[in-house]
Design a protein around this ligand. Sequence first.
Ligand code: BMA
Length: 318
Amino acid sequence: MARIIGSSIPNLPWEEKPENFRYPVWRYSGNPIITRDNLYGANSIFNSAVVPFKGGFAGVFRVDNISRDHTLVVGFSDDAINWKLEEKVIFKGFDPRVCEIDGKYYLSWVNLRPKGTTIGLAVTTDFMEWEQLEDACYPVARNGVLFPRKIGDEYVLLIRPCDKGHTPYGDIFLSHSKDLTYWGKHRFVMSPVKNWESTKVGAGPTPIETDEGWLMFYHGVLTSCNGFTYSMGAAILDLEKPWIVKHRADCFLLSPQEIYEYVGDVPNVVFPCAALADSDTGRIAIYYGGADTVVALAFTTVDEVVSFVKEHDLLGDK
Ligand code: BMA
């Protein structure tokens, strides 16, 4: 049995797996959980990040407003399903990830700079006051995802270098920092391999620590004659040397199959940005954007997902 190394979240949202459903990740029956109706002035609310906060939950939400500006706002919830979003914009940009390290909450996001996107970093203790740190790299990069603890006394950030547009390539790298300002010791992590992810890959939620390694959900992009299809895959990274991929599923775990995933502003997108993981039960709730329009929720357990990744291991017997 694989085990989550982390805190217990007794109020983690949960729904049992439907009977006779064989795949390891299943959707919440009340999806989508957030739509544009959750906030006045929103064109779409998607690709968003949530964490446990003061016995409830807090998050940073990607809101593309009715001028189609990319903005980030804060939200709070008691049950991690019904969210109250604030109108105040905390930063411009998109695809937020939030993680708690030593009692502080760190936000990483795709920050918009005149020469292209880069990884913005900010920190808060209360989700009201934010201190913006230095960008983690120069343009152009996306999908900056911090590990939830220091590894060997250093912060570690997954990153996806790219170009200015909808990049036709993308590999995952990581960088180390002692102070969240100066980044170095850059390491290659992984490239696209299988058809479902053959265009590009990028890290998703904050990696989940397990006794088998870091469970990293990620998105993979396929280019079809109709454009991009974004799905979610999973890999397990070495705990101490997280650039070493120990296991990696050779197939997606979630792909656009429901109406809110393949109909929206950008069709055929499942884009995970957050996961809540309960160490007591091994339950995991995954938050993802559907079709660049809504936020949806899916479930798995650490045991199901780790077993599935190992059974479908792209890396075979290493
Ligand atoms: C990526 C990001 C995501 C978006 C996806 C599909 O490059 O911009 O925010 O969900 O494209 O449009």
